[in-house]
Design a protein around this ligand. Structure first.
Ligand SMILES: *Cc1c(COP(=O)(O)O)cnc(C)c1O
Length: 366
């Protein structure tokens, strides 16, 4: 079976060259006489892997030296809880910008840790992200949380919210390393790896010194202290090796980041990603047969969402596309319609194939 044009929202496409390097590492790795998955996480060879992964990330994203990089487990979904648990002490507030399902899930968990509230919500379609002047930060708030790219709706912030110095936390699961970001403007950045960074099972967490200070404070003030596996400070002091990490996933992530460097880094990949997204949005804007979901100034360059004139035609689109080798185009079950997830590893070839398919589909059914 040949590899198809894969538009999966996650776990998502990986570059074939990376997959081939992973295959190579399985029976024997780095002259150790042991396979990658059979190697101690305390071995020198694995230590080199985790150190290199962190170095790549620091170079690619321009992470300040004073910041900490962690490779944890539990997905972004565990960070929904772990992050506020570490940042909030009793009485502290946290302000959430509600741009969709993932923000809502994050808020549910944050409420277990402190006075977390929405400060921006919209009624109706979740087709845009807020402007800075549309919400007010509360007096007792110690951080603002935003979802930089809304995987399900296809909306994305073009710049991080301005919090006037208040701590800023971001779920970047679906756009991390797709474009340059100002890490120093953030206190916590977290992302599940399975969209842009590799396979599922690794969670990247980037922490400012202030976030670590708050974690220490939360550890001291919470009854019995923070649970070990949920303690940023402990994980940082053990360099993500407090317990057995996902060694295979971290190696895959390291190879993905090395591939990204070979592509020219995040500035170069942003140009490619923008070109890919523009090709698709140009087609969506060309004909009234398509209705793009996101408002133009909130359009995502990672997840492109739209509908045809009817749910039946949407379903037919998914089926005929799949028959033509273009897979995983069904919209998320909560919004319906169509979605193309076009992360870093998705090629312009796949986008062009999708656009030709769309034009044929319109001629046949329009
Ligand atoms: C996929 C996704 C998640 C969920 O990640 P898990 O790793 O499955 O917990 C959370 N937030 C965003 C923005 C996502 O795209």
């Amino acid at each position: 079976m040949p590899r198809l044009h894969n538009f999966s929202a996650g776990p998502a496409l990986l570059p074939l060259s990376v997959i081939e390097q992973l295959i190579d590492a399985l029976p024997e790795f780095d002259g150790t006489g042991q396979g990658l998955m059979e190697l101690s996480h305390r071995s020198q060879s694995f230590d080199n892997v985790i150190v290199r992964a962190e170095e790549h990330l620091r170079t690619l994203l321009g992470i300040p030296k004073s910041y900490t990089v962690l490779f944890l487990q539990g997905g972004a979904s565990l960070q929904f809880f772990m992050c506020p648990l570490n940042l909030l002490c009793p009485g502290d507030g946290a302000d959430y910008l509600m741009t969709g399902t993932w923000s809502s899930k994050a808020l549910v968990e944050a409420k277990r840790c402190g006075d977390a509230r929405p400060v921006w919500e919209i009624q109706g379609p979740l087709d845009r992200v807020p402007q800075d002047n549309e919400y007010t930060i509360r007096d007792n708030s110690v951080f603002v949380h935003y979802t930089s790219n809304n995987t399900i709706y296809g909306t994305q912030y073009s710049a991080a919210p301005n919090t006037n110095g208040l701590a800023l936390v971001s779920d970047m699961s679906s756009d991390i390393c797709s474009r340059p970001i100002d890490v120093a403007q953030h206190d916590v950045i977290y992302a599940g790896a399975q969209k842009n960074l590799g396979p599922s099972g690794v969670t990247l967490v980037i922490l400012s010194p202030r976030a670590l200070e708050r974690s220490a404070l939360s550890d001291r003030t919470r009854d019995g202290g923070l649970p070990s596996m949920l303690n940023y400070g402990l994980m940082a002091s053990k360099r993500s090796l407090f317990n057995t990490p996902n060694t295979f996933g971290i190696y895959a992530l390291e190879r993905m980041l090395s591939w990204l460097k070979d592509q020219g880094g995040v500035g170069a990949i942003e140009q490619k990603n923008t070109a890919k997204a523009n090709t698709l949005y140009t087609e969506l804007d060309r004909s009234a047969f398509w209705t793009p979901y996101a408002q133009p100034n909130s359009r995502s360059i990672m997840n492109v969402t739209w509908t045809t004139p009817s749910p039946d035609l949407d379903a037919l689109f998914v089926k005929e596309a799949s028959d033509a080798g273009l897979v995983a185009l069904r919209g998320h079950r909560s919004v319906g319609g169509l979605r193309a997830s076009i992360y870093n590893a998705c090629s312009l070839d796949s986008i062009n194939a999708l656009v030709s398919f769309m034009q044929n589909f319109e001629s046949n059914h329009g």
